[in-house]
Design a protein around this ligand. Sequence first.
Ligand code: TXA
Ligand code: MG
Length: 324
Amino acid sequence: MSVSTISLAVSLLRAGRLVGIPTETVYGLAADATNSAAVRRIFAAKGRPGTNPLIVHVPDAAVARRYAANWPEAASRLAEAFWPGPLTIILPKAPAIVSEVTAGLGTVGLRVPAHALTLELLREFDGPLAAPSANRSTRISPTTARHVRDELGDAVDLILDGGACTIGIESTVLDLCGDRPRILRPGGLSQAEIEQIVGPVEYGFAHTDASRPAASPGQQLVHYAPTTPAFRFLSTQKPGMLAHAGAAGGAAAVLALTSVELPGGRLVQMPVDPLAYARTLYHTLRELDSADLRAIYVELPPDEPQWMAVHDRLRRATVLLPAE
Ligand code: TXA
Ligand code: MG
């Protein structure tokens, strides 16, 4: 990417416009996090409800500290261990971040993405960038610059092409505001990796905290979803899946992990390694979604911790195949 393209991106961002940015997880749709009008453009372009807060991207931990009202020791240790990388930490917010970014919450999600081009942009821009994934709300997150164009068209003013995302699913969101760190969204960094640095973490939503809106941010059930009807099934449900696919009249695809035969249908053998699986999942779903199919079937990975983030995305992208 030429220097002039970074300069152009910086001028657009300073003018309150939107820029598609590559990260190691998924592509983001960035705007100046200190400019309310610019941030409102993000919500409009995505069709995103104003109640769902955005992640703020910064070039390093020193800059992140400026946008948090307090900075616990755990944040320092996590930043040291995992930034730049697929970890977003939630902390009480500093006033410079406009309330549109955080959906009125008193907290902010901060992250340093591991992508050379975007780090360069962040340093040149010299300010915080709010950036959700660059897809239309509830749809599959983009993992290439092309996907961003397909999703958002002219609603995005410039897209920086940084190649295909190496992780392929979103960052892990970790709340550091409670007594114990809590994973709000599993993602590119595993619970085990986080626990090595800060000890035991909780998982899921703290419903006891009355200060949070009832509709938990980012926990919408339908999310990351193809428009083609998509079903997940257990390996033990293969016969049921085949019957269901047959009833759908052919034109079906299966994302398989074990051996599956789908006469007349499209079979995609998925990687058995969780990281490799995550890297290809959105890309594969997006491609199948444009293939004019009647249904997509996804074989569920084993119920093991290293598959947590993939399970989370499949739960929201698909409907469980009914038992016969
Ligand atoms: O990997 C990623 O995190 C990507 C790239 C572009 O950095 N971004 C991303 O943003 O996935 P988005 O907006 O699609 O997801 C942000 C998630 C949502 O689940 C949102 O609710 C949660 O982070 N979040 C953001 N700020 C929060 C806050 N203050 N409290 C609780 N959850 C928050
Ligand atoms: Mg998203």
